[in-house]
Design a binder for this molecule. Structure first.
Ligand code: C2E
Ligand code: MG
Ligand code: MG
Ligand code: MG
Length: 292
């Protein structure tokens, strides 16, 4: 009896394994054509000042509508792009698309908005990255400080000395740098001081169980205090409820992102938000110090 069950499990395992392999191959094949077929696009999720609820920036998120596969999530195709090296040309396309968009918003008379772009490990290791970004900023006529790059902890920890050099080559262009999904990687806190980082983004996994989880609230408070004493800006990811936003606000977390404020939206909807809900960070700071 047990033997039969075992064989069935094995059968099931090989079937699902080969299904996964077929899908993986379809994604890879499709991705090779995605750029030339014009199947990629960028959506924007607003970053919001938790005190005023004003939009102060955005994160660019890549979307792929495949002719053959339909919509494919970046959580599925970004790792494939990373493994195959396709993430280098695709990532460069994203950076250029975002800079063109920043310029287009400015040309429409909208206030300047800083946009965060996710960087993959492969792109970060690429020796030509800083020059590529300089070229894109030059071509599009975008000020460097309107571009923020989101990196993950693992990209920095793996080869710390090389990472510091790479970070400085980016920093010297005048762009800002953030650590994404903060708290989920192997966090060597002492590195934070050595890296020329501007902001931390607390991972959604710490936010989602607030206020039910006492532990997550304690961890979040500790990260907020640490960021503040290191002089780093802080963004909370994945805010879905008013309770979460309020907890973060009273604990002095400055910025947030999440479905509570807005899902990722296309550039037209983002333009509409910027037109009536935008206030540059300096204005908010000035307003705050005027009140204090
Ligand atoms: P991420 O950079 O941590 O981006 C945040 C993800 O959380 C996005 O998923 C966003 O849509 C989602 N999100 C935002 N607010 C909420 C919320 O309130 N609740 C929930 N449940 N989710 C929320 P998305 O767009 O599917 O992207 C997933 C990941 O794919 C990103 O995680 C990032 O690591 C990667 N990715 C996306 N675009 C790019 C890109 O252009 N380049 C690279 N290298 N990676 C990208
Ligand atoms: Mg991100
Ligand atoms: Mg993130
Ligand atoms: Mg995340």
């Amino acid at each position: 009896h047990a033997k039969k069950k075992g064989r069935n499990n094995f059968q099931f395992y090989t079937d699902s394994l080969s299904n996964d392999m077929v899908r993986r191959l379809q994604v890879e094949t499709g991705l090779r054509r995605a750029l030339e077929r014009d199947e990629l696009s960028v959506v924007y999720q607003p970053k919001v000042d938790l005190e005023t609820r004003m939009v102060v920036g955005a994160e660019a998120l890549l979307r792929w509508r495949s002719t053959d596969l339909g919509d494919v999530s970046p959580t599925e195709f970004v790792p494939v792009a990373e493994e195959t090296g396709l993430v280098v040309p695709i990532g460069e396309w994203v950076l250029r698309a975002v800079c063109k968009q920043i310029k287009a918003w400015l040309d429409e008379g909208l206030p300047p908005v800083r946009v965060g772009v996710n960087l993959s490990a492969r792109q970060f290791r690429d020796q030509g990255l800083a020059e590529t970004i300089k070229g894109i900023l030059r071509d599009t006529g975008v000020q460097a400080d309107l571009l923020d790059l989101e990196l993950t902890e693992s990209m920095l920890i793996e080869n710390a000395n090389e990472a510091i050099e790479a970070l400085w080559s980016l920093k010297n262009i005048g762009i800002t740098l953030s650590i994404d999904d903060f708290g989920t990687g192997y966090s060597s806190l002492s590195y934070l001081k050595r890296f020329p980082i501007d902001a931390l983004k607390i991972d959604r996994s710490f936010i989602m169980d607030i206020p039910a989880s006492e532990d997550d609230m304690a961890i979040t408070q500790a990260i907020i205090r640490m960021a503040s004493s290191l002089g780093l800006k802080l963004v909370a990811e994945g805010i879905e409820t008013e309770d979460q936003a309020e907890f973060l606000r009273v604990n002095n977390c400055e910025l947030g992102q999440g479905y509570l404020f807005s899902r990722p939206i296309d550039h037209n909807n983002m333009a509409a938000l910027l037109a009536d809900g935008f206030m540059p960070p300096e204005v908010i700071l000035a307003k705050r110090s005027a009140v204090a």
